[in-house]
Design a protein around this ligand. Structure first.
Ligand code: NAD
Length: 249
């Protein structure tokens, strides 16, 4: 399969988890791929890496310009960098709300702003935002995180409308609980991580977590010319959680 032959893609948060799996999948399928990440390991080969913080507009602009120059343009932006937050509205103060919105929402705005001039020149331009089932599920103990992903959902729709006549498609994926280092860090905080993992898996519709590769597959579809008539949509990659009307955990 060579759906990405000749296409140039930039993946944010590409050093770990869903972003890394996406960068690797796009590269395997023929794309030229650059990753942008806060983690310095992102500059390790084989992927072309740019160390940048999505909360810093200057570093985002430099990384996007560097990626476009190195690749000879940009066709695909995968807006994936994000961080978590636990608790109710009483648990996080204003600074924490600003910090998480700065990464999860403004981070995507900054990369899109820097990438759009390059994407407009592409014949197959696509932006895929990593959203979450948290955007619409009403998860307990996730007020701040859910609000950021609700904003990503709205942003996806608004951007799809703004850029459709410029040939830039904008969609998002909504992962359920995906088995990435992020979930590993959460489980490590439990007194018995193995038991906590087993309990988490047992609560999933299929008795297992979603894999990073499965989320990457959905992102790749929305990024590829195979989905050329699809814009302003969200694709659930949640192991049946929302479709089966089950309560995510
Ligand atoms: P992860 O922690 O494994 O990877 C996130 C990556 O983003 C890391 O490499 C990190 O360095 C990078 N990053 C964080 N802050 C950054 C910043 N300020 N600038 C640049 N890079 C930054 O997590 P993951 O599970 O792969 O999550 C990726 C995306 O998927 C996030 O947007 C997350 O909200 C979303 N998501 C994850 C799950 C899940 O269960 N894992 C579920 C739904 C949505």
């Amino acid at each position: 399969m060579t759906d990405f032959e000749g296409l140039k893609a930039l993946v944010t948060g590409g050093a770990s988890g869903i972003g890394r799996a996406t960068a690797e999948l796009l590269a395997e399928r023929g794309a030229q791929v650059a990753v942008l990440d806060l983690d310095p390991s992102c500059v390790e080969k084989p992927l072309l890496g740019f160390r940048a913080d999505v909360t810093d507009d200057t570093s985002v602009r430099a990384a996007v310009a560097g990626a476009a120059e190195a690749l000879g343009g940009l066709d695909v932006l995968v807006n994936n960098a994000g961080i978590g937050a636990q608790g109710t509205v009483e648990d996080n103060d204003d600074d924490e709300w600003r910090r998480v919105f700065d990464v999860n929402v403004l981070g995507m705005v900054r990369t899109a702003r820097a990438a759009l001039p390059h994407l407009r020149r592409s014949a197959h331009a696509a932006i895929v935002n990593t959203c979450s089932i948290a955007a619409t599920a009403g998860l307990p103990q996730r007020a701040l995180y859910s609000a950021t992903k609700g904003a990503v959902h709205s942003l996806t729709l608004a951007m799809a409308a703004d850029h459709i006549r410029e040939g830039v498609r904008v969609n998002c994926v909504n992962p359920g609980t995906a088995d990435t280092p992020w979930i590993g860090r959460l489980l490590d905080r439990a007194s018995d991580p193995a038991a906590e993992r087993a309990a988490l898996e047992a609560r999933q519709p299929a008795g297992r977590l979603v894999s990073a590769a499965e989320v990457a597959g959905a992102i790749a579809y929305l990024a590829s010319p195979l989905s050329g008539a699809t814009t302003g949509t969200s694709l659930a990659v949640d192991g049946g959680m929302q479709g089966l009307r089950l309560r995510p955990v």
